[in-house]
Design a binder for this molecule. Structure first.
Ligand code: NI
Ligand code: MN
Length: 235
């Protein structure tokens, strides 16, 4: 399982040759100027909610790759109107059985409107289950007791958590979340992209470390394997 960071909350995860792309927001992101959006691979595009900073490149990448888009019903209607045809509507609680992996849709505490103001339904997170590994992609969310359900539901290898504060949970709440989801290996997301969510990297990593947790802040364009998360622990 390989993980590639495309900036903000956009990650590619390769599972046995299939490429999952989460929340594509690359071309408007100045920090991701080094990424060629036209070479980003996708067999599946998962959209957590409708905000611009999660969906900006979904139509262009979806049309170029023909990837299957997975999103809630309201976003499904909106993307279908824009010519996306390979698309699967779902909602919180639903589980999809796909080629080599499953997607469980879980709750997120946030809001969701589409870039033109259309109602975007409820925001979601995803738990991805596969023989190669399982993980949680939280999307944009506050800390919520619902995250304990993930810890009870499935042993996960790592999790993508928002840590930028202001629009989502910040560092302190993300550390509490690691206890709820029973997972100590975290990849940070939703930080630094705009002024409200800039963080001090060293302080964030130190706070996780003091709590006995591992926070990985990937470089944009970097690719890692999930195993390196555990190897990079300092304890
Ligand atoms: Ni959002
Ligand atoms: Mn966001």
């Amino acid at each position: 399982m390989q993980i590639t960071y495309y900036g903000h909350s956009c990650f590619g995860v390769e599972i046995k040759g299939k490429h999952l792309l989460f929340d594509p927001f690359i071309s408007p992101n100045e920090l991701a100027a080094g990424i060629d959006v036209n070479s980003v691979k996708a067999d599946f595009i998962l959209i957590s909610h409708g905000h611009e900073d999660h969906i900006a490149d979904a139509v262009s990448i979806g049309k170029r790759t023909g990837a299957k888009v997975i999103c809630n019903y309201e976003i499904y209607v909106w993307l279908t109107k824009q010519g996306i045809t390979n698309i699967h509507p779902t909602n919180i609680g639903g589980k999809l059985h796909l080629e080599g992996f499953n997607v469980k849709c879980v709750s997120a505490i946030h809001s969701s409107s589409l870039p033109d103001g259309t109602y975007g339904g409820n925001p979601m997170g995803f738990v991805i289950e596969s023989e190669a590994g399982s993980f949680y992609y939280a999307g944009d969310t506050a800390l919520t007791y619902d995250m304990k359900l993930i810890g009870d539901y499935r042993k996960i290898d790592f999790a993508f958590l928002p840590i930028g504060d202001n629009f989502t949970m910040g560092i302190e709440n993300a550390i509490i979340c690691t206890d709820f989801i029973k997972c100590d290996d975290i990849i940070g997301m939703h930080y630094d992209t705009f002024g409200f969510i800039k963080i001090d990297h060293a302080t964030a990593i130190k706070k996780f470390d003091h709590a006995g947790k591992n926070l990985k802040l990937m470089k944009i364009g970097e690719t890692i394997t999930k195993e390196t998360l555990k190897y990079s622990r300092s304890y």
